[in-house]
Ligand binder design. Structure first.
Ligand code: ZN
Ligand code: ZN
Length: 213
């Protein structure tokens, strides 16, 4: 093989490895990797721009981009993203920003465990409605107010109900159906904003965080 052919094969190998490895790295490690060689620098820049384009890692219906009109911080905020609640910090990391990063939920087993344990203890009993959208008839539907603070809870049909995912009383289970963006403010830091007009009472998303002890 000629010297030129050998060089281009090496470069292709480096690009291949960069695509495999870099999406797994948090920003400081990504930055360190980008300074090692040209292939890694190009791949790291591509990973960064894909991260900026979608905080949701392709797991939601619409991408959730970062917008940073300030110049005082990185172009995105790094965190694990999950469509499900989890009770402890997942030990595994999550690829983000690769060319074809498969959608990976941080801890999909937690919701299964919760549903099965709840079913075992008879915490839920499903409805048997012909049409759950008729609110008076469906025992699952209802909004429980939060004392006028707009912090109430919504109850929906679940695993023990006879209806399927197309049921009108499974709004939150269909995930985020509106366009959102994460905007950097000089004083407040990163915050979630709507990127479209919302109707009053429309479900936006579950906005959760983790308390670190
Ligand atoms: Zn029902
Ligand atoms: Zn239902």
């Amino acid at each position: 093989m000629s010297q030129t052919g050998k060089k281009s094969t090496n470069a292709e190998n480096m690009e291949h490895w960069a695509e495999l490895v870099l999406p797994w790295l948090p920003p400081p490690a990504l930055s360190a990797a980008s300074s090692t060689c040209r292939s890694f620098r190009v791949a790291a820049a591509a990973v960064t721009s894909r991260r900026v384009a979608d905080a949701a890692r392709g797991l939601e219906t619409y991408p959730i981009p970062f917008c940073n009109p300030t110049s005082d911080s990185p172009p995105y905020f790094y965190f694990l993203y999950s469509r499900f609640s989890f009770s402890s910090i997942p030990t595994s990391s999550q690829p983000w920003g690769g060319i074809s990063s498969p959608p990976v939920a941080a801890n999909p087993s937690s919701i299964d465990a919760f549903i099965s344990s709840a079913a075992e203890t008879n915490l839920f009993s499903g409805c048997e409605c012909a049409d759950c959208s008729l609110e008076d008839e469906c025992s699952c539907s209802g909004f429980h107010g939060g004392g006028g603070m707009g912090m109430g809870s919504l109850s929906e049909c679940g695993a023990d109900c006879l209806c399927g995912l197309e049921c009108a009383n499974r709004i939150t289970q269909k995930g985020i159906q509106v366009r959102l963006k994460i905007v950097r403010d000089l004083k407040k830091g990163w915050g979630l904003h709507a990127d479209q007009v919302l109707c009053r009472g429309e479900f936006i998303c579950e906005y959760a965080d983790l308390i670190l002890k």
